[in-house]
Design a protein around this ligand. Sequence first.
Ligand SMILES: Cc1ncc(COP(=O)(O)O)c(C=O)c1O
Length: 368
Amino acid sequence: MSLIENVVRPEIRALSAYHVPDSAGFVKLDAMENPYVLPAELRTQLGQRLADVALNRYPVPSYSALKAAICAKLGVPAGHDVVLGNGSDELIAMLSTLCAKPGAKVLAPVPGFVMYAMSARFAGMEFIGVPLKTHLTLDLGAMLAAIEEHKPAITYLAYPNNPTGTLFDKAQIEAVIRAVGDTGLVVVDEAYQPFAQVSFMARIPEFANLLVMRTVSKLGLAGIRLGYMSGSAELLNECDKVRPPYNVNVLTQACAEFVLEHLDVLDRQAAALREERTRLSTALSALPGVQVYPSAANFLLVRLLPGGKGGGNSVETIFANLLARKVLVKNVGKMHTLLENCLRVNVSTPEENGLFLDALTEALRAAP
Ligand SMILES: Cc1ncc(COP(=O)(O)O)c(C=O)c1O
């Protein structure tokens, strides 16, 4: 046996590393980033703020100022706190570490955010994926049956869901939270909350097993890597035990504190993107052979219908054609059978959305 075979767990050897394509020179519409930057004036002020940060010191691990600002500005219910992560990806990893008792399982609707399954596997937990219905809505009957059968330690519900953009029905989410009861945690993942404008955050006091997880990534700060999660004090206390002590670096901390003082700027950017979402969705729906799903997020799921324009518009052909035109979207066609022939595309600035629409129109025209 080789060194790797001797040392590395077989289930990890069987995986591939998370692939991020090189996007230099492309219209980048594949990662749900906010295309807008901070105004020049604010960037100058931020530069000064960051210059004063003591880089020679470890962060103060209580993060009390940043947590207080998050709680005050981002709708955390009074008397409740948050736990911070290096992106919500780290919060997901922390939850896996917290709950990975022998035999513990993680459950989520599929297709869904891939890190739920990956993180479960990293921690040695079985992942149970419950397929959505054909129209990409939650299959409540199947969810309740799976919860009854598997008694998952963690159930994730992305609200709205990635990569479908679907906003699951509020009453169905409540039914899941109640069905899980005190046998597991239910994490409502609100990564796209600025674009959905609905939330379970205010409901935390109602449900002892509910955690609401968010990120500042989609709001416009993907580069600083900061996620936050709220829930009961007891749950957060346990989460904090598995949090690496200095997981949020001092630059992220100072930058987030600064931006939270100017949240109105990011709120306006999110509002502009919501408007663009409507415009882009309408324009895409008008293209022959293209089906657009309703989205409450900052991206749209687009299905290329077989038979549209000569039948040659497979997702591979169109994706390759878009790449040749320097437009990078996400080909999700192979992720799950429910996503056959689907692309996921960011909603961006009017200019970039126009470039995408032109490129897609040309790609469809050129399809055999
Ligand atoms: C549903 C969902 N949750 C969490 C994340 C991860 O966010 P972060 O950038 O905070 O790690 C993503 C990223 O795409 C996502 O789609």
